[in-house]
Design a protein around this ligand. Sequence first.
Ligand SMILES: [Zn+2]
Ligand SMILES: [Zn+2]
Length: 273
Amino acid sequence: MGRLGSAATMSVATYHNHTSWSDGSVSVAELVERAGRLGVDELGISDHYVLHPSGRTPPWGMPVDRLADYVEDVRTHAGGTSPVVRLGLEVDWFPGQEEAIRDGLDGFPFDFVIGSVHEVDGFRVDASALDWDELRPEERNERFRLYWVKVRAMAESRLFDIVGHADLPKKFGHHPTTDLGAVIDEALDAVGRAGMIVELNTAGWHKPCADGYPALELLRECHRRKIGVTLAADAHDPAHLLRDFPRGIERIRRAGYSRIARFRCREIVYESF
Ligand SMILES: [Zn+2]
Ligand SMILES: [Zn+2]
């Protein structure tokens, strides 16, 4: 069993990772092999699956008509125990696409599905600093507000297990200048009601915001609502599989958690640490 920093009794599981099926740098086979060498006990593969309302698949998403091939590829590598491989997906949330997403995912034996909001009303929140820099403060505030409205709707769809990088719009270092507490509360309440959990996504520490997703205060709000948590680096390269995990565990602890979520067949089990 792999071990992680001071979390002496906790096995190492990481669910949010990308391969060359979407915008990751290596194949499933190579990511599994590297994870084994790093001592990962449970490796989730979660490539991007984007049913964009425009009908166009962005370059960072897998070809949506090849989902069955992706599933087959991941499952081919799921027979070993070092690491155990979990079949996942990172799905973009768009209002109006509920049925298409449900139909698209139907019949596949996912262990977990991450729901992510990367776009609000045609605005890509994580694409470029310039997109944010050009906005007036009130326009930025509106995008932050819309983001949380979308997270709430995503939770209410009951299609997903994990909220991906829960405060992604801060990526380029901008923060709302108005109080969005009420809309964030509504989103987190919906996440809790849906039985979804959040991830502590360490990738944010390597972006201009220099902060993991979500921020400590938000994670405390999740804990207060008894929303579970998992830990991942959103690795697009095997070198990043466990990037900043000790820092992530530290934040999870500070938020009040003493157990972490594990997935199998879309069921959550909790492991104490
Ligand atoms: Zn994402
Ligand atoms: Zn991702």
